[in-house]
Design a protein around this ligand. Structure first.
Ligand code: 4AD
Ligand code: MG
Length: 507
């Protein structure tokens, strides 16, 4: 028997096909079963009507518990209202395996429970959509760099030295010697760029920060291009072109996925069409501290305004929950009306959770924006404060050299290092870090000493300056941070199949 994939149903309209997959959800009506079958390529409602099938087939449909595997044969009918745009009117249902009672039922689960069941959670529509977007991004980034003439090369994962400082390294044992899991492929990328011109690496990256923020993973995937003969401006041009390319691909190829996760795509369309503002660190700090407005918006003023509207919305939501609860308790409602009100209450309670989180966070953001000290690195809340004012990513360049990595090139004004951070809008913050690299061997040696890094381990890196040193630049894009923003997720943990983070090594 030949089966077809749900993603190919459009080619079989009006015909009889056999699908194979899992029952992700089943409802029953009078003499009817509505099964949302999923097969990995998509989701499709299959209708089993007692009038149209044999008693045996109808009985099989009845036996399908949640996540049971099966084959369903039926006619493909176009129906825009249905998930995926098609429906299958079943003529046959064949059971492959009846599932035991499924732990992830429809009701709301806490995040910890879902994370413990990540191996099953991955099957849900929302996770499916996020992973499909991840896949599109990975494919598109290879396409982008390959078309731009870059060579894909791989940096080692076992390394003998620290790139971004020693505090965040996972140490392992390498034949009796300490080795560290790579926190960036950049230094190797620079060597490869001196050999191949324009290269990019794409691989797992490890950071041992004990951070429990919504932006931190212990293991994440980073794209790191490195280009000979590029300066800071060319680097920023490339970052902007790459991000536009990636977002365009997601808008074109992941329409259904974006709809499934309810992503408002206006911001994403801005990313494709508008130029990304480039701000110096000095300007960024003035904006954060509220000394300079953005399109008539002041950082502190708009936070205070948001806090006030958050608080009044909280009062509204609480009142509506109470009213609906009283209605239900009154006992005069029909079953359908009770369900309707209960669903509304659940939605309102979810909204309330988010609002109350904002109510806790905003005063802290205001506080840290007001007290920000010129010369410091931007923290998570500073990034949130500034990116809430923009509707496209911003590029912040020329940083105080003291707060940035040792390898960044010093500007003509020696206060600044030629680094660039790209901050995603809507409060998401840093998704890219990079810059032009120092070519002056003496300045590099000075910096390596200043950062107390073992000079011996960097001898090979210094060779790149000894033998035909050229201007060069590069950057690292954190894939999970990009996905979290594109999908507007509350946390990076949902952007990777099996997240590794502080406090989480399983499943
Ligand atoms: O800013 P970072 O630390 O820069 C570097 O590693 C450079 N060596 C890259 C380069 O120039 N080739 O990290 C780059 C990006 C960040 O902007 C962020 O998107 C991501 O990597 N990132 C993380 N993502 C998830 N969890 C973490 N703990 C991350 N740390 C960095
Ligand atoms: Mg950074």
């Amino acid at each position: 028997m030949k089966t077809v994939s749900i993603c190919d149903l459009s080619q079989h309209e009006g015909k009889e096909v056999t699908l194979q997959g899992w029952n992700s959800n089943k409802r029953s009506g009078k003499g009817l079963y509505f099964i949302i079958l999923r097969d990995g390529t998509g989701f499709c409602q299959c209708v089993v009507d007692e009038k149209n099938v044999s008693a045996g087939v109808f009985e099989n449909a009845g036996k399908l518990t949640m996540e049971s595997s099966c084959r369903i044969t039926g006619t493909v009918v176009k129906d825009e209202k249905q998930i995926g745009g098609y429906e299958v009117r079943a003529t046959g249902v064949e059971i492959i395996s009846i599932a035991e009672e499924y732990p992830i039922a429809k009701k709301e689960h806490g995040v910890d429970f879902l994370m413990d069941n990540r191996h099953l959670w991955l099957r849900t529509q929302r996770q499916w959509a996020i992973m499909k977007i991840r896949n599109t991004l990975i494919f598109s980034l290879h396409r982008f760099f390959q078309e731009e003439g870059f060579v894909q090369m791989d940096a080692p994962i076992f390394t003998g030295n620290a790139v971004e400082g020693t505090s965040t390294l996972f140490e392992t044992d390498f034949y009796g010697k300490p080795a560290y899991l790579s926190q960036s492929g950049q230094l190797y990328g620079e060597a490869m760029a001196m050999a191949f011109g324009k290269i990019y690496t794409f691989g797992p990256t490890f950071r041992a920060e004990k951070s429990k923020t919504r932006r931190h993973l212990s293991e994440f995937w980073m794209i790191e291009p490195e280009m000979a003969f590029y300066d800071l401006d060319m680097n920023m041009d490339l970052i902007e072109a790459m991000l536009k390319h990636l977002v365009r691909a997601v808008l074109l190829e992941c329409r259904e996925e974006l709809k499934l996760i309810n992503r408002d795509t206006t911001i994403l369309e801005n990313v494709v069409n508008k130029k990304f503002p480039r701000l110096t660190y000095e300007e960024a700090v003035r904006i954060i501290k509220g000394e300079q407005d953005v399109n008539g918006k002041n950082s502190i003023g708009s936070l205070e305004h948001d806090l006030a509207s958050t608080q009044s919305r909280i009062a509204e939501v609480k009142k509506e929950i109470l009213e609906r609860e009283e209605k239900i308790a009154g006992g005069a409602l029909k079953k359908g009306e009770i369900n309707f009100n209960q669903n509304k209450i659940d939605q309102l309670k979810n909204e309330l959770k988010d609002l109350e989180e904002d109510e806790r966070n905003i005063p802290q953001w205001i506080q840290s924006a007001k007290s920000f000290e010129f010369g410091n690195d931007l923290g998570g809340s500073d990034e949130t404060v500034i990116t809430r004012l923009f509707d496209v990513p911003i590029m912040v360049y020329n940083w105080p050299h003291e707060v940035k990595a040792f390898y960044l090139k010093r500007d003509a004004d020696p206060r600044w290092a030629k680094g660039v951070d790209v901050l995603a809008p809507e409060g998401y913050g840093e998704i890219v870090g990079g810059g032009e690299r120092e070519t002056d061997i003496n300045l590099l040696i000075e910096k390596i000493n200043e950062h107390k890094l073992p000079m011996q381990a960097f001898e090979w890196y210094l060779d790149l300056r000894r033998y035909g040193s050229v201007p060069h630049a590069g950057y690292g894009l954190g894939l999970e941070r990009l996905i979290a923003w594109l999908c507007k997720l509350p946390h990076v943990r949902e952007t990777i199949p099996f997240p590794r983070m502080y406090g989480r090594l399983e499943p």
